[in-house]
Ligand binder design. Sequence first.
Ligand code: 13P
Length: 253
Amino acid sequence: MRKPVIAGNWKMYKTPKESLSFLERFLPLIKDHTRDEIVLFPTMSSLGYVLDATQNTNVRAGAQTMHWLNEGPYTGQTSPTMLASIHCTHVLLGHSERRIYAHETDDMVNWKLKAALGHALTPVVCVGETLDKRQSGLTDAVLRWQVACALNGIEPAGSEPLIIAYEPVWAIGTGSTATPAQVQDAHRMIRDEVAARLGPDRANETRILYGGSVKPENASTLMAQPDIDGALVGGASLDAETFAQIVKYTSQP
Ligand code: 13P
C-alpha cells in the first residue's frame, strides 16, 4: 500500500510571520491525521521557521528547489547538504515554473534527483505537458521523456522513497483541473515508464501525485483513482482551512 501524500506548494507566497500564522491555524485542524503524509513547501526564507514549528508534528517541510552541488560560487542557490543540515525532508524538483522561468532542463532535474537521493531528501519530481503538446497528441511522449530523463542513471535497486508529481501546465493556476480519467491515464503511463527504468517493485512503491487546480471539491474524486497517490496543491494550500479540507478528503467520493 502506498501512503498518500498531500503537499502544499506555497510558491512565492507568505513571509515567515504569515507562514507561522498559517501553522497556528492548520496544525490543530489536522493534528490526529495519519492516513496521508502531509508536506509543505514554503519559500526558502520561511523554510527554517516552518521546520522548527512543525517539529514533533505530523507535518513535514521541504524546499521548492535546490542546486545539485554541495557548495560553490553559485549566487542565490541552496545546496542539498544545506537542506539536509536543517533537517529538511523533501524537495520539489523540476516544477514547470522552474523549467519555464529559471530555464531548468531535463538534465538539471536528473542531476538534482541524484543529489536529493544521495542526501536522503525525498524528491518530488514534477513532470507535465503544455496545452500545445496535449492538443498535438504528444502528452504520452512528453511525460515518458521527462520521466526517462529524470531517472537516467538512477540505481534500480535503490530503496529511497521517490515521488513524482504530474502537473499538466495548462491546469496550473487556471481553475481548469484535468479530469480524473485524464490524470489516471497519465499516472498509469508514468508508472509504466518508472517500471521500465527501475523495475516493477520500485514503480509500485513510487507515489504519483496530481497537481493543477486541486480544491476541496475535486480532491476526493481524484484520490479515488487507483494510480493517484496524492496531490500537490498550489493556490488552495495557502489557506489553512481549505488545505485542511483537502488533507481530509473522503476516500469514497
Ligand atoms: P494550483 O493548485 O494553484 O493550480 O498550482 C498547482 C501547482 O503548481 C502545485 O505545484
